[in-house]
Design a protein around this ligand. Sequence first.
Ligand code: C8R
Length: 249
Amino acid sequence: ALITLILALSLGLTLGQTKIKSTFFSRCEKFKEYDCQKLWDAFQQAYVNKDPCKVPVEAYDPLIAAAPFKHQCNKTMFWSKTKDVVHGLTAKRNDCFVTLEDTLLGSVLDNLTWCGKEGSNDTFTTGCPGWSECVNNPVRSFWNRSSAAFADVACGNVTAMLNGSINTPFNPTSIFASVEVPRFIASRVKNLNVVMVIQKNNISNCTDPSLKNLRQSIDTGITFSCKDVSESRIQECGSKPEIACGACW
Ligand code: C8R
């Protein structure tokens, strides 16, 4: 019985590891100009053989350096609690908007969970710390690090989609508020255009007090705007390529 258990556990581990590695490679290979093996090695060194609660954001510096983000002036799209709406749009309108998930690193690691363990060179996909279990966990540190790098290259007209169906659309604890917004500097970012996604049962909009905090926290010199836009209007922009990017809402 013990042998069976050991076999089952090691098979489970091998499968989990094979699966994340193959997902990483198959997603990576869609981006032709990168060496996926080199990126996988840079990715692994961030967390392998480490306590999964002791992976700081800097652990991903070599990975970011190996796949730097390109400037996408006037197309950068940020979001907070609107992931599905945003990606529903960018999947069809990458001529207008680019999110972190449309870049190599963001797309390769989207919706994945991973961690290492002290004394092992393996990648685990189960039993990893949850988002809030400890701050320095491998997944959270990755999104913090890559979001910072993505915000660093934003320029020109920048858009952010926030959620009008929650109490605090601009939440200080979000990555958008705590990592990205503080990195917008007026010499690069000209306008921050917030699109407030309005669904049938919305409870907030551009008049929400949290938006005043956003307006006040951005660098002076960056022009701020906020527009309430229905979810259906955003979907329409996605389904009609003839709508000009600037006329989506
Ligand atoms: N960003 C952050 N988190 C991301 C992400 C991303 O691009 N992509 C994924 N899959 N995730 P939220 P937020 C996962 O609370 O905190 C960038 C992470 O596992 O709705 O404000 C992006 O550029 C994490 O648990 O939003 C965007 O502008 C949640 O999604 C902000 O940061 C975070 O989703 C969004 O971060």
